[in-house]
Design a protein around this ligand. Structure first.
Ligand code: RIB
Ligand code: CA
Length: 322
């Protein structure tokens, strides 16, 4: 797999823009699967690490391997944390199905698990490699445990581009799933001082897949397209049934696109903290939107908007590459 993109310059000479080097930490999960598909073409994926989230770890690591196998990728998959740091394990079968990848007919799995210690692998990779982005699109347990075990990697990483949080929730009125599932882990990551891009629900709900998009994906006609279309049809059907939303927000690919195609986003600095104790607000990302001089200094970057149509076209063109 080539590890660079070519982009034209003003003098019309082509310069090679190196692909971002990432570790994709995920809990497949429908949108996680699309994040894997997208990252494999636009990033140098150093590893995929699985975490307990949408479904238990046994299934998220299984599903990460299954997607890797089905897309005929050659990427190491590591299993990580099987439960949050202190919270009780929380899952989302009601959206993703019992398997975590409801919808498509899934092949038998024969793709190997590289290790059952994703946290150690994250630490080792960051220490040995340069310019590594951590891209967590599930609960932040693996990332938090890596930071707690090896604080030296916080300044070594190029940054974190995460899917999570927002000004509203999807588990409670104020808490989004990835943060609510392990608020203590999120607090460790958000307060770490790392360079963080946050793609919250305010952003990902701009990146909606509808029946027209699903049809365009299905028309591509390759295995990746059929798999993605089947996943998205299931995901959209569940969003309609459970939330009354007639489309499915493609949450997780946004965190990858924010570093591969930043030109599609408006990113703004903000101060964000994670609420741990509120009766009604535990797991809330408290985003300081004040414009007055008493606003807290920003500690991360929030993706405020995405060019939805260009990002949909980009996904379709990416699926054609398989
Ligand atoms: O709230 C959406 C997030 O929770 C996405 O990452 C989805 O895959 C689930 O993990
Ligand atoms: Ca996810």
């Amino acid at each position: 797999m080539s590890t660079s993109r070519v982009s034209p310059t003003s003098s019309n000479t082509l310069i090679k823009t190196p692909k971002p080097r990432i570790i994709l930490d995920c809990d497949p999960g429908h949108d996680d699967a699309v994040a894997i598909l997208f990252a494999a073409q636009h990033c140098e994926v150093l590893a995929i690490t699985a975490v307990s989230g949408n479904v238990p770890l046994k299934l998220t690591q299984h599903n990460a391997r299954l997607v890797t196998q089905l897309l005929e990728l050659d990427l190491p998959v590591h299993a990580g944390a099987s439960r949050p740091i202190t919270a009780e394990a929380l899952h989302a079968e009601f959206i993703h199905g019992e398997s975590g990848l409801g919808g498509p007919v899934l092949p038998d799995l024969h793709y190997p698990l590289t290790s059952e210690d994703a946290v150690a692998h994250i630490i080792k990779t960051v220490r040995e490699e340069e310019d590594v982005w951590l891209v967590p699109v599930g609960p932040l347990t693996n990332i938090a445990l890596a930071f707690r075990t090896a604080p030296d990697i916080i300044q070594k990483i190029k940054g974190i581009s995460l899917m999570g949080g927002g000004t509203f929730g999807n588990v409670t009125p104020m808490a989004e799933f990835n943060i609510y599932a392990d608020p203590e882990a999120a607090d460790i990551v958000f307060s770490s001082g790392a360079n963080i891009i946050m793609c919250g629900l305010d952003l990902t709900h701009q990146y909606m897949v509808d029946t027209q998009t699903i049809a365009a994906i299905r028309d591509i006609g390759n295995i990746a397209a059929t798999f993605t279309a089947d996943l998205m049809q299931f995901f959209c059907d569940m969003y309609e049934e459970k939330f009354g939303i007639h489309a499915g927000p493609l949450h997780d690919p946004c965190a990858v696109m924010a570093i591969t195609h930043p030109e599609l986003f408006v990113l703004e600095p903000r101060h964000v903290t994670v609420e741990l104790t509120g009766t009604h607000t535990r797991g809330m990302t408290v985003i300081d939107e004040r414009r007055t001089i008493d606003a807290q200094p920003s500690n991360l970057t929030v993706a405020q908007s995405i060019d939805r149509d260009k990002a949909i076209d980009l996904l379709i063109e990416t699926i054609k590459l398989y």
